[in-house]
Structures are given as C-alpha cells and as structure tokens.
Ligand binder design. Sequence first.
Ligand SMILES: Cc1ncc(C[n+]2csc(CCOP(=O)(O)OP(=O)(O)O)c2C)c(N)n1
Length: 288
Amino acid sequence: MTEISKTETSKKLDTNYKITWCPGCPDFKILEAAKITITSLMNQGYKHENFAMACGIGCHGKIFDYLNISGFYGLHGRTIPTAIGLKLGNPNLNVIAFAGDGDTYSEGMEHFVSAGKHNANVALFVHDNQSFSLTTGQPTPTSEKGFKNKIDVTGVKQTNPLNPLMLAFSSGISFIARANARDPQHTAQIMEQAIKHKGFAFVEIIQDCIVFNIPINNRDKNMYYLNKIPTTKEESLKLMQEYDYNIGNGKIPLGVFWKEEKITLESQFSQLQKIIKNKVVGWKGLKR
Ligand SMILES: Cc1ncc(C[n+]2csc(CCOP(=O)(O)OP(=O)(O)O)c2C)c(N)n1
C-alpha cells in the first residue's frame, strides 16, 4: 500500500453532514483511516459502488453519516449479522462493519462468536474505547479493572477485562489484528489487509475516549508494531496475551496476529454462484 495523506483521499467518500463527535475524538482518525483504505483500494481497481458498510449504534456508528458508501445503519449489537446479510444479499460487495466494543462484546457477543464459525467474507472494525461512550460511559466487557463510572462509582469489580483477540481466536475467526486509532496510516494498512482477506476479518482498534474513560488515553508509549504475522498458534496466543486490557500492564502489540484460509459462507450457497460469476453489482442484476 502506498501512503495516501488525509488530503489525498477520494472526494467521492466525503459527505456534507456536520460531524458531531467530540472535538479530538479518535473516531475522526478511524474515519481518516477508512478513507485512506478505500481510496487505496479504488486506486487498485476496486469500485466505489462495490463498498458497503453496516454500522452499530454508538459514537462509532455515526461514521455512517460521514463516509460516503452504501450500507445499513442497523441496531446496537446487531452490526455483524447486518453485515453478513449484506454480503449474502450480494456477495460481490466489499462489506465493512464498523462497531463499538459495547456493541460487539456485550449485546452482540453471540454474533461475534458465531462469526468465526460461519466465516462470511466481511471485515469488522471495532472502535474499542473500553466504554459505552454514547450513553455516557458505562463499563463494557473490555473496561479496565477498577474503571470508575457513573453506575459503578467505586470502580468495576472483576478479575480482568475480556481479551477480544483471545475470544476471536477461540471462535475460529480467520483474520485477527489490532491497530491504534491514533495512527491512521498503520490502521489503514491493517484495514486494507482485512478487506482483502477471504473470510471474516476482525480488527480491534484501540481508541481513546477523551470524555468518559480518561485513564485509557494515550497508551502509545506501550505500543509496538509486529513485523510479521506469527506462523504458529503458540506464537499468536503469546502475543495476544501480552496486553490484558488493564492500563499500564505490559506492552501492546499492533499488527496481524492470525491469518488462515477457510471456506467462506457465501461460497457455500449454490444460489449465489451465478451472481458471483457475473460480477453483478446493483439491485437490477440481482434478479434470480
Ligand atoms: C438494542 C439496543 N440496546 C441498547 C441501546 C442503547 N445504546 C445506544 S448506544 C449504546 C452504547 C454504545 O456503546 P459502544 O457500542 O461501545 O459504542 P461507542 O458509543 O463507545 O462508540 C447503547 C447501550 C440501543 N440503542 N439499542
């Protein structure tokens, strides 16, 4: 992927909606990374009209208004099945799901776990700010131990936060990666690999919440980049466990932790093969 600056992203991806994220929120950076990724793919021949997104409800979900691709602004917790539905509706689409950590690991947990089993060719980008931010900062499964918030003023009582990478691995998800929202160029590189992966690709994006989860902000000094994809399960699992989602505990590796080829969901439906073969895009050509 050649580096594309913020100002070089395709104007086709812009919208006129007023952005209502808090000034300084890393959601701006995730939007920037998504625009860089799609511009890069369009430069490689991918068509603008072939991209589609599904978004959850939450601060992250507002990206639906700011990124000009088709899609479905769905329900909180149902981002993954909505994305899979889009893919099965037309398997020629490059389907991206933008979800929150509350959305994915709390109310939508069962869909996340099933995603690995079905392996639809969809890329899931989770904006993980370790809190339910739109609803003013209640704890999610990845919130750090002792996280103080409005409903738990003395801090969350738990052993440890959920490690979503480990859950993805045990659910059989075929592409597992982590990125830092504050580094949109690296995030875009990971997003591009996720979209190109043939199967369900999960990218956990570490994100600050500058209003409701102050202690998690700016963990860059603990982060480092993996220079290759681990080839053994043991190596992958070891790297996934380096960071336990408690602030200040250990190094935070970024990059691709796991990648394997598996049969995809859409390739197993005989009804979809004609659409795939004829490279149909748009509703007209979808008549079966
Ligand atoms: C079915 C359903 N359950 C709950 C809600 C309430 N709700 C809306 S946004 C939100 C929090 C979103 O948190 P997260 O997914 O982590 O996204 P963030 O706002 O942090 O980006 C919740 C609980 C809802 N709108 N719909």
